[in-house]
Write a protein that binds this ligand. Structure first.
Ligand code: ADP
Ligand code: MG
Length: 301
């Protein structure tokens, strides 16, 4: 999957941003909270793969997301945590176009992509995993992957019967099939290729969900509790694959309940509480943050 590796220049730009942030936090006179406040407003220079700014989502009288702002660094595995109802899933849905935000903006590599549809976001290179829908349960694992990619010429029936395009359609389908097999192989579910998705175990489904997301050739992948109901062996496999992909240049934003998973795997953790960002930092910083401890009301973090 070498074609998925982002441009080296993107990585270099992201590194510049980190330097800029460091330079500000090294400022001797500024107190800590002022530094944090300033850091939140550092212009990204348009290179961060994902940034949300003042995101708000209301459902009738319920404010699910209430001014969330954060940035995800290129090539990172960033954790997004927070108590139940903090607004994590709604934030994901606003980012990936499932919900239209009530206010605020979403930027993908510096471009304002607020309010785009999920397929448009996928074409740009940002996806979230979805549970396998009922219709897809009746299809095989291989068919599930074949249907996932963006920009397929074959998706348009009219183009498919246009003289001269048929050859192109067939060629593209072959490429997709090849890629599907590679992806199945990568997740070690190639032996399940002809199995109906509905017959998979919970853990195998999670692997398929992630495999489907990767078929769209993304740069940024949002994972909402990808390990829920997954046995320890498969959990290790999934985490291992995430790390492998990250080394290839993918960027991940991970919502996960299990704090140990977050602390052991994410170099940066964002904490949401009541719809906005309460704290950000390394796992250790978050674990010892008084406000975070309070937000979790004594739950183990
Ligand atoms: P989390 O993923 O952090 O547990 P959610 O984003 O699912 O939190 O939910 C945040 C809040 O928004 C909760 O109070 C939830 O009940 C509410 N909410 C989420 N989705 C909807 C919806 N479609 N309609 C109404 N309220 C919703
Ligand atoms: Mg949720």
């Amino acid at each position: 999957m070498s074609s998925d590796i982002p441009e080296a220049s993107d990585v270099a730009d992201a590194a510049d941003e980190v330097d800029a942030a460091d330079a500000i936090s090294d400022e001797p006179e500024a107190n800590d909270s002022a530094v944090e406040e300033a850091a939140k407003h550092i212009p990204s220079g348009g290179t961060s793969p994902l940034r949300v700014d003042g995101l708000v989502k209301r459902f009738g009288g319920v404010t699910a997301v209430d001014g969330a702002s954060f940035e995800v660094e290129q090539g990172s595995l960033t954790g997004l945590i927070g108590p139940n109802g903090a607004g994590k899933s709604t934030t994901f849905n606003c980012i990936t176009g499932v919900h239209e935000p009530t206010a605020g903006s979403v930027y993908f590599k510096g471009e304002d992509v607020t309010g785009l549809e999920p397929y448009q976001m996928a074409r740009k290179g940002l996806v979230r995993t979805f549970q396998i829908a009922r219709e897809l349960e009746e299809m095989t694992v291989l068919e599930n992957l074949m249907l996932a990619p963006k920009g397929q010429i074959g998706e348009s029936a009219i183009r498919a019967v246009t003289p001269g395009l048929r050859g192109e359609v067939i060629e593209q389908e072959e490429e997709t099939r090849e890629r599907a097999w590679e992806t199945l192989d990568f997740f070690e579910i190639d032996h399940l290729a002809t199995e109906h998705a509905g017959n998979l175990s919970g853990g195998q489904r999670k692997l398929l969900e992630m495999a489907r997301a990767l078929m769209t050739d993304p740069e940024v992948v949002l994972l909402d509790e990808p390990l829920a109901g997954v046995n320890p062996t498969l959990e290790e496999k999934l985490l291992d694959r995430i790390h492998q992909l990250r080394e290839d240049g993918y960027t991940f934003l991970l919502v996960e309940h299990d704090m140990d998973v977050i602390m052991n795997n994410c170099e940066h953790v964002i904490v949401m509480h009541q719809g906005s960002v309460l704290a950000e930092g390394t796992g250790d910083e978050i674990r010892n943050n008084e406000q975070v401890i309070e937000a979790y009301l004594g739950e183990d973090i």
